[in-house]
Design a protein around this ligand. Structure first.
Ligand SMILES: [Zn+2]
Ligand SMILES: [Zn+2]
Ligand SMILES: [Zn+2]
Ligand SMILES: [Zn+2]
Length: 200
């Protein structure tokens, strides 16, 4: 729902540059950060991604502040399997780009192609107990058994918490690398990553 309206707005923003809908869209991006949707990116034509507010964003050399996708926040993420690496199965939310990484021998969704999942309540409250997945580009990747993954500068982490700043201000994302059909971005405040579909 959120995402189909996001898509419509993406497609018609040029025609309604000063409509009330457009002005609210701009104001909400200034206040909460830009909106992201892999459904919109899948339908998008052109190499440079645009937010529904009209701003060009998520370029490889700049930082983009993105807001939380409300439908995912409230109802949970809708994951699809995208492959495996470093002995982990990898999934991504088809709306907000939230990834999941499960060790292949502890993956409760190994037989599923797509599924719905909320963030584990206790992890949200007390932090994630993480194990090391791999090291790449000078950072370390960790994952919790709940599937949540992080990129951190420090080696040897065993726990990662979500800092309140990201809950309030959204995530401040920078491009890290392209893998298959997705560009990966990293939040500088929490170490959270997001995968957004490459547009053509
Ligand atoms: Zn925006
Ligand atoms: Zn999501
Ligand atoms: Zn967790
Ligand atoms: Zn963050």
């Amino acid at each position: 729902m959120l995402n189909s309206s996001t898509l419509e707005t993406t497609l018609d923003w040029q025609d309604n540059a000063s409509s009330p809908h457009k002005l609210w869209s701009r104001l909400s991006c200034v206040l909460f950060g830009h909106k992201v949707s892999n459904v919109a990116f899948a339908a998008f034509r052109g190499k440079e991604r645009h937010c529904p507010c009209g701003v060009k964003y998520l370029a490889q050399h700049e930082e983009t502040r993105v807001s939380h996708t409300v439908s995912c926040f409230v109802f949970g993420h809708y994951y699809v399997r995208i492959g495996s690496r470093a002995d982990h199965n990898e999934y991504v939310c088809r709306y907000c780009g939230h990834p999941l990484l499960f060790s292949v021998d502890r993956d409760p969704y190994a037989d599923r192609v797509c599924f719905k999942k909320k963030v584990r309540y206790l992890c949200n409250l007390f932090g994630h107990e993480v194990h090391h997945v791999t090291a790449r580009h000078g950072v370390h990747e960790y994952a919790c058994d709940c599937g949540h993954s992080f990129l951190k500068r420090e080696a040897g982490r065993s726990a990662v918490k979500h800092p309140p700043v990201c809950l309030l201000a959204g995530h401040y994302l920078r491009f890290t690398e392209r893998r298959n059909n997705y560009d990966e971005y990293l939040c500088r405040n929490c170490g959270h990553t997001f995968y957004f579909l490459v547009t053509k």
